[in-house]
Write a new protein. Structure first.
Length: 249
């Protein structure tokens, strides 16, 4: 797919074939790895996205219970919000379409802390992506965020960067979703706490959940956007009034 708003975007198929013929990995690979690295300074280490509420109530307390929670988070909230947003950005044909995706993300984030997390992390992701892998589409989105037309969200910024790089949708989804999963696991390692090796086992088991989400997202209806688990949203709302907190969400 070619980015119609980013000017110099490269069709994913053509770029991949050219790289393969030259005996090198796809040109989008290293940029995606950089943007999805858990060390990227977006502030993800400060957010548990409701996990801390489950810790406070003793519902998540070890490797197994965290793995179960993480699987549900991937299957529901990540799939139907961030994942769907990335797909819609890839399908967008105009700046207006990008604005619509941004507004949908803001509207479906009912818990205030989750909404603010998206705005703060989105601002950092957008700044990094625009300054490192700049494109017309990223500049336009940054302008819209600066003028208050859009709220800003990391999924939109990541998708715009990846689309301009010529990355296919499956690769974009897999790297973004797994980056979020990795950040949550690192936060669980220090909050539960569980050991580093336990965290790696959880991540390995999460591969199947991420790949299932990647396969499902292209076939969802637009009306599915924002589908959520009420229990998770309630936990995310409770976190705001939790007496002791390690995380901002």
């Amino acid at each position: 797919m070619t980015n119609t708003t980013a000017g110099s975007a490269v069709p994913a198929t053509a770029a991949g074939e050219a790289d393969a013929l030259a005996g090198r990995p796809p040109s989008f690979l290293l940029p995606l790895l950089q943007l999805s690295d858990s060390a990227l300074p977006t502030g993800a280490f400060s957010h548990s996205f409701g996990l801390e509420s489950y810790l406070d109530r003793g519902l998540v307390h070890d490797e197994a219970s965290f793995g179960q929670w993480l699987g549900q988070f991937i299957h529901i909230q990540l799939t139907y919000s961030d994942g769907m947003a990335i797909r819609l950005v890839m399908e967008a044909g105009s700046r207006t379409d990008i604005r619509r995706v941004d507004r949908m993300l803001a509207a479906q984030a009912l818990p205030r802390q989750i909404r603010l997390a998206g705005i703060k992390m989105g601002a950092r992701m957008l700044q990094i992506a625009a300054e490192t892998f700049g494109s017309q589409a990223l500049d336009e989105y940054r302008e819209d965020v600066g003028q208050g037309v859009c709220s800003g969200h990391p999924a939109v910024a990541f998708a715009l960067a990846g689309r301009n790089l010529g990355a296919p949708l499956p690769e974009l989804l897999a790297t973004y979703l797994f980056s979020t999963v990795t950040s949550l696991t690192q936060n669980a390692i220090r909050a539960i706490p569980i050991g580093q090796n336990a965290g790696q086992r959880v991540l390995r088991r999460a591969h199947g959940d991420v790949l299932a989400a990647v396969a499902r997202i292209p076939h969802l209806d637009t009306e599915d956007f924002g589908a959520a688990a009420p229990g998770l949203e309630i936990a995310q709302m409770r976190h705001e009034r939790q007496r002791a907190r390690m995380f901002m969400s």
